[in-house]
Design a protein around this ligand. Structure first.
Ligand code: HEC
Ligand code: HEC
Length: 251
């Protein structure tokens, strides 16, 4: 993901720092609510460096397994070892490498935030405890406890969306089209190796598409669509899978 919009990252940081205790946002005085914090946590999970607006350490993460060819800076992202579906090697990461380092985070759903923070700020993860300011740790733990979705509700094991593309088309034409255009080929760079077309991403990286649709994209203008139901998001994925996967430049 190469697009860097510094202002978006700065807005995130200043907003979360202003919260007295990120996560406890049920009172009427709070300006930022649950969905916003969950999507911030989801963005930190995707790429904390982009959210914090600082570069990752140089070189590869020594904890990251050898044998999986991904760019060195990406080896420092939570998603690199835990997956776009949070299932580690029980999910899509197995296709990259069947490594015991790729651990599922599905079991920690519902766990108190402080216990989750403990797990990603100590031991081999101690480094993240030093890098992430406490409100960011809260948002990330909140996401892992309450914000994970179950990809199997929205797609089959083959990657095919379970939703109704007609539901997705209505949402797409009302919202997405203003940035991504009717063919889904605008405003897209994606991850290393992705082809810049939503039709391609939805077919070849469906778990990644689902995570980014629900949480937004760190450092970019992409929306967080957490207010939609799983059925509607599955419908969006189904519609995106009908779009032409060829990037505009190939035409
Ligand atoms: C290089 C691979 C790697 C990266 C990157 C990584 N983890 Fe992990 N994670 C692991 C491994 C391996 C374990 C299991 C062993 C352990 O706890 O250290 C684990 C365990 C965990 C656990 C405990 C799971 C349980 O069931 O108890 C949590 C929570 C967690 N990671 C969150 C994170 C978060 C949040 C990030 C990003 C800030 C992250 N991890 C980045 C490899 C990684
Ligand atoms: C305000 C502009 C905007 C709107 C509206 C918008 N997006 Fe995005 N979207 C972006 C940007 C910017 C990115 C990041 C592009 C990148 O990764 O380089 C993005 C990324 C994505 C990605 C991730 C692509 C990848 O390669 O991983 C998906 C999937 C996506 N958008 C789907 C949608 C859908 C579905 C809608 C409508 C419900 C939508 N977007 C609405 C701007 C927008």
């Amino acid at each position: 993901m190469k697009r860097i919009l510094k202002t978006a990252a700065v807005v995130c940081i200043t907003a979360v720092m202003a919260l007295p205790a990120a996560g406890g946002t049920t009172g009427q005085d709070d300006t930022l609510g649950r969905k916003w914090l969950l999507s911030l946590g989801g963005k930190l999970y995707d790429n904390l460096w982009m959210v914090l607006n600082v570069p990752p350490p140089k070189g590869r993460n020594p904890q990251y397994p050898a044998g999986a060819a991904i760019p060195a800076p990406d080896t420092w992202r939570c998603v690199a070892c835990h997956g776009w579906d949070y299932r580690g090697r029980d999910g899509h990461l197995k296709k990259l490498l069947n490594s015991p380092k790729f651990v599922s985070l599905r079991k920690i759903r519902g766990m108190p935030k402080k216990d989750i923070i403990e797990r990603f700020t100590t031991g081999e993860h101690a480094f993240y405890g030093r890098i992430l300011p406490p409100p960011m740790q809260e948002a990330l733990a909140y996401f892992l406890s309450r914000g994970q979705h179950d990809v199997t509700k929205m797609m089959e094991a083959t990657g095919k969306a379970r939703g109704n593309p007609l539901i997705g088309k209505d949402i797409y034409e009302g919202t997405c089209i203003s940035c991504h255009q009717a063919d889904g080929k605008a405003y897209i760079e994606g991850e290393e190796g992705d082809r810049p077309a939503l039709g391609w991403v939805a077919r070849h990286r469906p778990e990644q598409a689902l995570h980014k649709i629900r949480n937004g994209v760190p450092g970019a203008d992409m929306l967080s669509l957490r207010f939609l139901t799983d059925e509607q998001i599955a419908g969006i994925l189904a519609y995106l899978q009908t779009l032409d996967p060829k990037p505009a430049t190939d035409n």
